[in-house]
Ligand binder design. Sequence first.
Ligand code: COA
Length: 203
Amino acid sequence: MTAAPSRARLVGLGRGEFADRLGEAIDVYVTAMGYPRSTARQRRSLWLEHSYRPGWRSVGWLDEQDRLTGVGYGYWGGPGQWWFEEVRRGLRARRGEPGAVSVDWLTDYFELTELHVHPQAQGSGIGESLLRALARDATRARMLLSTPEYGRAAPGRAWRLYRRAGFVDVLREHLFTGDPRPFAVLGRELPLLPTRHPTHAPE
Ligand SMILES: CC(C)(COP(=O)(O)OP(=O)(O)OC[C@H]1O[C@@H](n2cnc3c(N)ncnc32)[C@H](O)[C@@H]1OP(=O)(O)O)[C@@H](O)C(=O)NCCC(=O)NCCS
């Protein structure tokens, strides 16, 4: 007898389930980002280490065959963390420039560290549902994230999602140590506003 197919659904991933599904999660990540498979090895230990940080939350999207096709996670940011220090350095360097925002953005925030949907599952609102579920449980005043700048190309799907959800510029064209690509740091106050789409996530 074959098991009845289950419904595609959004799930919260506890630390144990996140660890169990780490291979699948990183597979979604390297495929969605178009990274070489060699990236997967070094990410495993980093993602596991992240799952022990204060405020860590993860959500996943399971398809009808119970395969993970989307994943997102983040945690409370703060001093001493690499990302916090890098962004604070960037904000301090821009202090006084037109459009520069205050380093106060770096208080009481949830860092959206990773958000990825497998290319075959993109385009139906899964990414937004994962983002909203994380925002709902973030228990911080704001959410921050970094995403590659799009340069001369049209803003891609990630940018459209973040703008639609109301994320504003915190820092543009930022160079993180060890990465030649410029990044944007985006943020917004929580909670998120309701979406114009019917979202998969319970509000
Ligand atoms: C960014 C990413 C996570 C977004 O996931 P997604 O499921 O494709 O994104 P969305 O939830 O926004 O849905 C995408 C589209 O479906 C549309 N949509 C959303 N809800 C919908 C619904 N209920 N019905 C129909 N369409 C819907 C959106 O309007 C959006 O259209 P657009 O992309 O043309 O603007 C995903 O594209 C991805 O993994 N990209 C590569 C990795 C990446 O860049 N990650 C972020 C790094 S910072």
